[in-house]
Design a protein around this ligand. Structure first.
Ligand code: AVI
Length: 333
């Protein structure tokens, strides 16, 4: 069997120095928090892939069905020789459908913070789609980053952000991230984004409290990771996973509840938790269609088309960049 050359990786920055500071700061707040970005070590990334296949986790299944139904129309809207830039690509599972329908793509640029998972997925994709140039970028995509130069000059950039990962950002941070996407998309660019919709809270809570306990393992794994990478001593037996929908904020909140009063240490600093006190590990915001449209509009995106499933559980949006809203400091195109 022929083995393809490994894909060239662009590395934007080192993260490790500020990670410990960020974790310590989150744990020092009155409401202790750990950023969801720490979920995705090797184990966390694998657990997340399992979550996507759970019967209760309707998001992936529904989004994929919408994509399957609409992919020809999406390919038409994208047009020839685009560069497909995926923010937070992870294992790029959802992208395969798109890649197999875009046969004259200039390049596929997966962008992710998790180096190993990204490079592994990019090499696999490059083998499976040998006609597409795969140019992974290791970067914190919440900050503007330099795009690699494909061999074929792209006619336009398409930013792809599936999975409703936008929901894991606070509305302000989501607004700022849409601004970064607008900048990376450039003058003739476009955005294809998956957004989970507001619905019966019971359906949402089930999706984050699955009966097989995979989401609980995913949530608790962040403590294991911090133990290993940041000299911490969390005792996982003293924590319990919970996920609660907050109607006021339109978001699910993932928590790690302390089952008893106890202390733990991270990077030499001691923290205390009372019984019943919890650490917030993630918010997953759900949007009404028009709420999201307004946010995208403010970032400089004009809606071309939105697709939903018959039960209005999930939505996929295609936006064109509004040429009048070219970000200050230029674009990446
Ligand atoms: C990645 N993100 C969109 C997932 C979500 O639904 O918010 C992460 C997740 N957390 C628990 N289950 C899935």
């Amino acid at each position: 069997m022929k083995t393809a050359a490994p894909v060239p990786v662009t590395k934007q920055e080192e993260f490790s120095s500020s990670d410990l500071e960020e974790i310590l700061e989150g744990l020092s707040q009155a409401q202790k928090t750990i950023s969801p970005k720490y979920f995705y070590d090797q184990t966390g990334s694998k657990l997340f892939d399992q979550i996507c296949m759970l019967p209760e986790y309707y998001l992936t299944r529904t989004e994929m069905q919408i994509m399957r139904n609409s992919v020809d129309e999406i390919a038409q809207l994208i047009g020839p020789q685009a560069s497909l830039i995926e923010f937070g690509s992870g294992s790029s599972m959802k992208t395969r459908l798109l890649l197999s329908h875009l046969n004259d793509l200039a390049a596929y640029v997966p962008v992710d913070i998790s180096h190993d998972h990204l490079v592994q997925a990019a090499n696999k994709l490059s083998q499976d789609f040998p006609h597409i140039e795969v140019l992974p970028v290791v970067a914190d995509f919440t900050q503007p980053f330099q795009l690699p130069s494909p061999r074929i000059m792209p006619r336009r950039n398409l930013v792809y952000f599936p999975g409703s990962t936008i929901g894991n950002f606070s509305p302000d941070a989501a607004q700022a991230l849409l601004g970064v996407m607008r900048q990376e998309a450039g003058a003739d660019g476009a955005l294809l984004i998956g957004v989970d919709l507001k619905k019966d809270p019971a359906i949402i809570e089930e999706a984050y409290n699955d009966s097989a306990g995979i989401t609980a393992r995913f949530n608790l794994n962040v403590l294991k990771r911090i133990n290993r990478e940041f000299s911490a001593n969390f005792d996982l037996r003293k924590f319990e996973h919970r996920a609660v929908y907050d109607e006021k904020f339109g978001r699910i909140e993932m928590q790690l509840h302390s089952l008893c009063a106890h202390e733990f240490t991270v990077g030499g600093q001691v923290f205390r938790l009372a019984e019943g006190e919890f650490i917030v590990t993630e918010h997953s915001h759900k949007y009404a269609l028009d709420e999201f449209l307004v946010m995208a509009g403010k970032a400089g995106f004009d809606l071309t088309r939105v697709w939903t499933d018959p039960d209005q559980m999930f939505s996929v949006h295609f936006y064109q960049c509004n040429p009048l809203s070219e970000p200050a400091g230029g674009s990446n195109s």
